[in-house]
Design a binder for this molecule. Structure first.
Ligand SMILES: Nc1ncnc2c1ncn2[C@@H]1O[C@H](COP(=O)(O)OP(=O)(O)OP(=O)(O)O)[C@@H](O)[C@H]1O
Ligand SMILES: [Mg+2]
Length: 606
């Protein structure tokens, strides 16, 4: 067992965790008010049935004992009492089933509510958060709360039920003898302390194992996922993955086993103390009955009430302890829901300009990724006029994608400002600003969803507008692929679900491009949109690009100079700074960095 001071913190933490219960109860109530109310009502009635049954038994037994002592006609009340006893038992049974029913309903509603809340909240958080492993752990634990905390709800329901039963039975015992009741409480206390201690240790263990569990999940995904299947086979990774998985799970199993073993021994020992209390009291009552100081009916009533209340007391204690431990797990959920996105609209945020009149201006913008000291963008100054078509070039890792993420407010600059029409981007409503930016990143998502959705996500409110979807597909050259799909727009794409068809890399890319066109935004940003396109498709896409982006500001990131040279301005990024900029002809004339890169690529084609 742990030292005294750590025990103290343990207790403080556990009691503090009970703070999490009210917000979660509000969540539960919101999830299903009627079900909760029905469950509560059923429990209150059901809780009183044990006392009623015991009281009726006492009367029956006293009547029987009296009838045996003084033979004569059976008192007719006995039939009435027997009938009542039967009804109470039947009622208890029916109520119990009713409670199970409401619990099952509540479990579904609670899972739904919490899962939705977690999804909804996660969608609002900063991109930066998702890149932080500690956040991933927190998200994982919060996600588990949806299903794992159903046990806590049941415990709470049982706690209510058993507390009422306990109070009713205790009153029976206390009326007879308060100190008898005190003895029972004292005997149950050690078992309670033991339960609590181990429950807390269980939580600490589960908490510390979250990173391991995430790694296990990851190994499972890599080992059995479609994405990685090709490489797993070719590189023969199966054995390695299995070994790693086995080693990790063995560690988890070992730790769990140690804890459950200790819990078994201590739990049993402490529970015996509770039984001692009960049987000592029982023996005392038997002795008093033999002396003729108690009627046989009273003996059965008290024996039942004592057995009942000491049982209820034990379980009320252990329920309370399990609730306070589960409340510790809720810390994860409550913490997660309390994480505030840093990038969000100010209360008095303004709408994005329509149309954009002055364009974007980067003013001394520097940026470093959280947790890194390297300046990815280094005091960057430049403007993008409205309607301009800019090509952004530079070697790998020079900050091209980062620059775009800043424009789209997925991150904010570490220092300096980005202005749109002379106003700091942070003054605009984030959602409204992002609505005016159509960006397709180089690592765009291949949605395992119907073709309709793969285009429609660009403007989610238009997923049922077949005509707009087809128009966007035509612009991005995805229409030929779409015509070939047997299910048309409703054809499932990807291999994850039944009936899905996989596409080639270039075909996926054309669908992604279609999203950008569907978006119909004032700013169009394409991060290597043609990386997977064949030469014909690329030239087709770009022959039309200038035309399609006529009314928009466009930024194109590409490593293909055949594409880049058509842009109205080429910006060369190096080490987070602008190395040079101008038209293709200007840059070739000055024979700088661009000219060298261009020559290098051109040379390969000669
Ligand atoms: N999420 C991130 N967290 C930390 N560092 C990052 C992150 N994303 C990128 N970086 C770092 O920032 C630098 C610039 O990355 P960026 O993606 O902007 O390069 P890029 O110019 O788009 O390169 P490429 O041509 O390869 O796409 C890289 O050195 C990279 O290591
Ligand atoms: Mg990039």
């Amino acid at each position: 067992m742990a030292s005294a001071s750590s025990q103290k913190t343990v207790w403080r933490d556990r009691l503090a965790a009970l703070r999490n219960v009210p917000p979660v109860l509000r969540l539960v109530w919101k999830a299903a008010p009627k079900v909760v109310a029905a469950g509560l009502a059923l429990r209150v009635v059901s809780a009183l049935t044990p006392l009623a049954a015991l009281a009726i038994s006492k009367w029956i037994i006293d009547l029987v004992v009296a009838a045996v002592k003084h033979p004569g006609p059976l008192p007719h009340q006995i039939w009435f009492l027997l009938g009542a006893e039967f009804l109470v038992a039947a009622l208890g049974n029916v109520l119990g089933r009713g409670i199970d029913y409401t619990d099952a309903r509540l479990a579904d509603e609670f899972t739904r509510e919490v899962s939705l809340r977690v999804m909804e909240h996660a969608a609002r958080l900063d991109l930066e958060s998702f890149e932080d492993p500690a956040f991933q752990d927190k998200l994982e634990r919060a996600r588990l709360q949806a299903t794992d905390r159903i046990g806590m709800l049941n415990s709470m329901g049982r706690l209510l039920l058993q507390s009422i039963t306990l109070v009713s039975l205790s009153i029976g015992v206390i009326v007879y003898s308060p100190w008898l009741f005190a003895v029972l409480v004292i005997c149950v206390a050690p078992a309670f302390a033991g339960e609590s201690h181990f429950a807390f240790r269980g939580y600490s263990l589960a908490h510390s194992l979250t990173p391991v569990r995430r790694e296990l999940d990851y190994l499972r995904i890599v080992g059995s996922g479609k994405e990685s299947a090709k490489e797993v086979k070719m590189f023969g990774l199966g054995g390695y993955l299995e070994n790693r998985y086995a080693t990790l799970t063995d560690g988890v199993i070992q730790k769990n086993r140690e804890l459950t073993r200790k819990r078994l021994w201590w739990g049993s020992a402490l529970a015996i103390i509770g039984s001692v209390g009960y049987y000592a009291s029982f023996a005392y009552l038997v002795w008093r009955t033999l002396l003729g100081e108690l009627s046989v009916g009273t003996l059965t009533f008290l024996a039942g009430a004592i057995a009942g209340s000491s049982n209820q007391l034990q379980s009320v204690f252990s329920l309370f302890s399990s609730i306070s431990d589960q409340a510790l797990f809720l810390t994860d959920l409550v913490d997660f829901l309390a994480v505030k996105p840093r990038i969000q609209s100010k209360p008095n945020a303004i709408m994005a300009p329509r149309p954009i009149r002055e364009g974007f201006e980067f003013r001394d913008v520097s940026f470093q990724y959280p947790g890194s000291t390297r300046l990815v963008l280094d005091h960057l100054n430049f403007r993008i006029e409205p309607g301009e078509h800019i090509a952004l070039v530079g070697e790998n890792g020079q900050g091209k994608t980062t620059l775009v993420k800043l424009m789209a407010r997925l991150y904010d600059p570490s220092s300096g400002v980005i202005l749109l029409d002379g106003v700091d981007l942070r003054e605009y409503s984030v959602e409204d600003l992002q609505r005016e930016i159509g960006v397709i990143f180089q690592d765009f998502v291949r949605y395992d969803m119907p073709a309709r959705m793969n285009i429609g996500v660009g403007r989610i409110e238009e997923t049922d507008q077949d005509e707009s979807l087809w128009t966007a597909a035509k612009k991005s050259r995805a229409d030929k692929t779409l015509e070939r799909l047997t299910g048309g727009l409703d054809q499932m794409l990807g291999r994850r679900f039944e009936g899905g068809v996989d596409l080639s890399g270039g075909e996926w890319q054309k669908f992604a491009l279609a999203r950008a066109y569907l978006r119909n935004a004032q700013v169009l940003i394409l991060d290597e949109p043609t990386a997977s396109l064949d030469a014909v498709a690329e030239s087709e896409v770009f022959a039309r690009f200038a035309d399609l982006a006529r009314n928009s500001t466009a930024i194109l990131i590409s490593h293909r100079f055949s594409t880049v040279r058509k842009a109205s301005r080429i910006v060369v990024l190096e080490g987070g700074r602008i190395r040079e900029q101008g038209t293709h002809e200007q840059l070739v004339t000055i024979r700088g960095r661009y000219a060298r890169l261009f020559e290098l690529q051109a040379a390969n084609y000669r």
